[in-house]
Design a protein around this ligand. Structure first.
Ligand SMILES: [Cu+2]
Length: 471
C-alpha cells in the first residue's frame, strides 16, 4: 500500500489538493529522494458548509499537512520552505534525530525566515507514528494548523485490513469561521491552555468513517491540539493499544476502556469492526465529564468482510532503543509549579517565583521559568549515562511533558511501578501526580524538556537537558 514515489514541488502540491477530500486515505505518500514541504497560508472547511472556509496556516496547502511515509531505516531528506510572513522551523516530534536536525528555533538552528528554506536530513532508526510541527511561536503556529503526520513503517508490519492516521486538532473559531486571535492569552496560560470550541479529525468536523463488519483497522491517533486532552471511547468496540508515542507496547486494553491522549502524544490501536451490519458507533471524547461529545462515527456497512473478527497477532517488533541501566542511574528531582491555584507560595523559591510572575512567567521547573534555551541546563548528562527524572506535578493542571532527542521508559506513577514500563517521548501528568522516567542519554546536544500545552511552554514550562562527552 506504500507508493514510493518522488514528487516535485508542483506534483506534491497538486497531489495534496487533488486528494484533500479523501480524509481517510493517506493524502500524500512521500518517501525516497529529497522533496519539499512549504509552510503557507491556505483555507480549510473546518465548519460544515454553507459556513465559510477558515483561513489557516498549512504545510503544502492541505489540512492537516501531508502524511509522510517512510520505511524503517530510510533516510529523510526534506527541504522546508517558508512562504509565511514570519519565521518558523520544523520539529520532528518523537524522532531520535541529530541535535542540529531537531528543529528548535534559536536552540538547534536559526529560524527559517520568510522566503527562506532549510534542509532537514536524518536517518529513521525507529518505526512508528510520529508528527511534525513548528518549534517557534508554537501556540500560534500549531494552533493555526501547521502540523502533519510522519509514519515509519515496520520491516514486517502487523497484519490489518487498513492502516489509518487520525490527526486530532482543536480550534477556537468565531461563528464566521475565523480563528479567534490571542494565542498566548494570560488567562489560557494560567489555566489549561487554549481549549477550542471545534475539534477536527483529519481536518474534518465529525467525519463519518465507513468500515466493513469484521474489518480490522490499525488507527494511528495523533493529538496535535495545543491544549486539549482526549479520552476516546469507542462504545461497544474494544480497542487494543499496540504502540504509545510510536513505540511498541505489549498489546493491552486501555485502562477503563478509554484511550487517554494528551497534546503531542500518539496511540496506535487495533480496532475490529465488531458492531454488526449497519451499526453506527460514535467515537466519543469523555475527558471532560461535563462536556462529552462525538468526534466521529464509525459506520458499519452491510456486507461483512469475513465471518468473524480476525485472530492475527498484534504484537509489534521493538525498536532499537538503548535500555536505561537503573542500577547506575543519576537521579534528579524535578518539580513543576505554577498556574492558577498552584502551590506557589511554599518553599524557599516562592519569592523568586513571585517576582517572575510579575514579569508574565507563570510556570516553573524547579522554581525557574524558562524558554528552554536561556540560562544554565536543568540537567547535564554524560553521554551514555542513565538519567532518572523523578517529576512532581505540584499544580492543579494536567501537563504532557515532552523530552527531545530521546525516548524514555515510564518507570512509576505515584510510587507504583507502571504495568508496561512503556517507552514514550511525552508523558501525561495528572494534577498532583508524581512520575518517574528513565532514559539512556546517548544523543549529544542541548535538548528541550517542556510541557506540550503550548501556552504553558511559552509561559515558562520548559528546561534544557545537555548531553555531552566528559570533559
Ligand atoms: Cu503544562
Amino acid at each position: 500500500m506504500t507508493h514510493r514515489t518522488s514528487l516535485s514541488r508542483r506534483g506534491f502540491l497538486a497531489g495534496a489538493a487533488a486528494l484533500s477530500g479523501a480524509a481517510f486515505l493517506p493524502k500524500v505518500v512521500a518517501a525516497g529522494p529529497q522533496f519539499e514541504l512549504t509552510a503557507m497560508r491556505a483555507q480549510a472547511q473546518l465548519l460544515a458548509p454553507p459556513r465559510l472556509a477558515t483561513p489557516v496556516w498549512s504545510y503544502g496547502g492541505g489540512l492537516p499537512g501531508p502524511v509522510l511515509r517512510f520505511k524503517q531505516g530510510d533516510r529523510l531528506s526534506l527541504r522546508a520552505r517558508n512562504d509565511l510572513d514570519r519565521p518558523t522551523s520544523i520539529h520532528w516530534h518523537g524522532l531520535r534525530v541529530p541535535n542540529a536536525m531537531d528543529g528548535v528555533a534559536h536552540l538547534t538552528q536559526p529560524p527559517i525566515g520568510p522566503g527562506e528554506d532549510f534542509l532537514y536530513e536524518f536517518d529513521l532508526p525507529d518505526a512508528g507514528t510520529y508528527w511534525y510541527h513548528p518549534h517557534m511561536g508554537g501556540a500560534e503556529q500549531v494552533g493555526r494548523g501547521l502540523t502533519g503526520a510522519l509514519i515509519v513503517e515496520e520491516e514486517t508490519p502487523i497484519r490489518v485490513d487498513r492502516d489509518l492516521v487520525w490527526m486530532l486538532q482543536d480550534w477556537r473559531l468565531e461563528p464566521s469561521g475565523e480563528i479567534v486571535p490571542g494565542f498566548d492569552s494570560p488567562h489560557d496560560a494560567m489555566h489549561g491552555g487554549r481549549i477550542g470550541n471545534h475539534v477536527t479529525l483529519n481536518g474534518q468536523p465529525m467525519p463519518r468513517i465507513e468500515i466493513a463488519p469484521n474489518e480490522r483497522l490499525r488507527i494511528r491517533i495523533i493529538n496535535a491540539a495545543t491544549a486539549r486532552i482526549f479520552a476516546l471511547d469507542f462504545g461497544p468496540l474494544a480497542p487494543t493499544v499496540v504502540a504509545l508515542d510510536g513505540q511498541p507496547v505489549a498489546p493491552h486494553a486501555p485502562e477503563g476502556g478509554v484511550v487517554l491522549i494528551g497534546p503531542g502524544m500518539r496511540a496506535d490501536i487495533v480496532l475490529d469492526a465488531s458492531g454488526g451490519a449497519g451499526a453506527a458507533v460514535p467515537v466519543r471524547d469523555l475527558f471532560r465529564p461535563d462536556g462529552a461529545y462525538d468526534l466521529a462515527t464509525l459506520a458499519h456497512g452491510d456486507t461483512p468482510l469475513r465471518a468473524n473478527a480476525p485472530d492475527w497477532d498484534m504484537a509489534l517488533a521493538p525498536n532499537p532503543l538503548p535500555e536505561p541501566n537503573l542500577t547506575a542511574a543519576t537521579r534528579h528531582e524535578v518539580v513543576f509549579n505554577g498556574g492558577m491555584m498552584g502551590q506557589m507560595m511554599m518553599g524557599d523559591e516562592a519569592p523568586a517565583m513571585t517576582e517572575q510572575m510579575r514579569q508574565g512567567r507563570m510556570w516553573f521547573v524547579n522554581g525557574r521559568a524558562s524558554d528552554g534555551h536561556d540560562g544554565p541546563p536543568l540537567i547535564e548528562a554524560k553521554r551514555g549515562s542513565t538519567q532518572l527524572i523523578a517529576m512532581e506535578n505540584r499544580t492543579g493542571w494536567w501537563h504532557p511533558i515532552h523530552l527531545h532527542g530521546h525516548v524514555f521508559r515510564v518507570i512509576s506513577r505515584d510510587g507504583k511501578p507502571t504495568m508496561h514500563r512503556e517507552w514514550r517521548d511525552t508523558v501525561l501528568m495528572a494534577p498532583e501526580e508524581r512520575v518517574e522516567i528513565a532514559f539512556r542519554a546517548n544523543n549529544p546536544g542541548d535538548w528541550m524538556l517542556h510541557c506540550h500545552v503550548l501556552a504553558h511552554q511559552s509561559a515558562g514550562m520548559a528546561a534544557l537537558i545537555r548531553v555531552a562527552d566528559a570533559a
